[in-house]
Design a protein around this ligand. Structure first.
Ligand code: H2U
Ligand code: ZN
Length: 351
């Protein structure tokens, strides 16, 4: 068989039907980038200027309650509005547009300004999962909503505006493009085999143990065969479910555990609070049955070689095809080699 560790090749993304170019021989290239440690980021537990901290005023003038558990509110600058008009726009079949409405929420993971997911207790993360479940039920109860995107944008490098641990939820009246691609691919497989594409893929990965980074009774985190970002992760539930709301208490805890472990490995890789865009993909809502859909999460971190050297998706990637040098297998090995104890915790223990 073709040697995936030596020569350039393209890999197929099962979930989107798109291809990624892998150039393993380029890993031998001399590297002259900077590899340095960043100054420690010492945030206070409470910041009077933070619009997400308990008791503080937000940009729209409303005041956050003195929350002690995960807290959610409607985004004061929502990209989608609940009460916008409906309608289509069309000119000569060339200019086409459609009204898009929805609901955008912000979700504070913790009242503590200085924490991030890997530094929170498993029980505290489980409370976030619980709130995601409750928000999902509430947003899906609006009959016009067709898709609910739960995500976290972390780190300045990703355009995150505030270090207070938080994520967002955007619920929209149409199904967004990434989800349409994944629906098509999963449906194709389901129609052919009568089972979940991701169950089959996960079974293969668990057997091979080359790209798997973490595993527990209910979830596995792996660098997918077709990963585009250097340390991209696909987190899959072992049970084939369509929605986060189907997770049991045991699964909620297992998800919280693997989230803590994964974000710890990430932080330990370059001794930095690891930036990423992460989010859940699940079946559309108020849209009939979607038995082909298998709940999962994607983590897309931009860092490549150090706390400051990121991968740029430019040039060939923008114009032709995503490309990577470090193989997904090598990335998985690097992540697996990290300690499950957070580096900040270690510094504390050794001091
Ligand atoms: P980031 O995760 O991209 O930093 O987004 C934080 C969100 O918080 C952002 O979408 C919202 C912004 O609109 N926000 C409020 O809703 N109220 C505020 O007072 C400031 C920021
Ligand atoms: Zn804060």
């Amino acid at each position: 068989m073709f040697d995936l560790t030596q020569y350039s090749h393209r890999r197929l993304n099962l979930l989107t039907g798109e291809w990624v170019l892998v150039s393993p021989h380029r890993m031998k290239r001399p590297w002259q980038g900077k590899v340095e440690d960043l100054p420690a980021d010492n945030r206070p537990a409470y910041d009077q200027h933070c619009y997400l901290c308990p008791g503080n005023q937000r940009a729209d003038g409303s005041v956050n309650p003195n929350y002690t558990k995960p807290f959610t509110f409607v985004n004061d600058f929502s990209a989608l509005l609940a009460d916008g008009p409906e309608g289509d726009y069309e000119e000569a079949g060339l200019l086409v547009a459609r009204a898009e409405n929805g609901i955008c929420k912000v979700i504070c993971f913790s009242p503590r300004h200085d924490l991030t997911l890997p530094e929170m207790e498993v029980g505290e993360i489980a409370a976030v999962v619980d709130l995601w479940q409750r928000e999902f039920v509430e947003l899906a109860s609006h009959p016009g909503i067709r898709y609910i995107q739960i995500f976290e944008n972390k780190g300045e490098i990703m355009g995150c505006s505030n270090p207070h641990p938080h994520g967002q939820i955007w619920a929209s009246t149409s199904v967004p493009v990434e989800l349409v691609k994944e629906s098509v691919q999963q449906k194709k497989y389901f129609q052919q085999y009568g089972s979940s594409l991701l169950s089959a893929y996960l079974e293969l990965e668990l057997k091979k143990q080359v790209r798997v980074v973490l595993e527990n009774e209910h979830f596995a985190a792996l660098v997918p065969f077709w990963a585009v970002w250097p340390y991209e992760i696909l987190l899959v539930s072992k049970r084939h479910v369509q929605y986060i709301t189907q997770f049991t208490e045991a699964e909620r805890l297992a998800l919280a555990t693997i989230l803590k472990q994964l974000t710890t490995l990430y932080d330990n890789l370059f001794h930095v609070s690891f930036p990423y865009s992460a989010g859940m993909h699940q079946a559309p809502v108020n849209n009939g049955d979607s038995p082909e859909w298998h709940w999962h999460m994607h983590f897309y971190p931009p860092l490549l070689r150090s706390a400051t050297v990121k991968k740029f998706m430019v040039g060939y990637e923008m114009l032709a095809n995503p490309q990577r040098d470090i193989t997904p297998e090598a990335a998985a090995e690097k992540l697996r080699a990290q300690s499950l104890v957070h580096y900040k915790q270690k510094t504390l223990t050794n001091a």
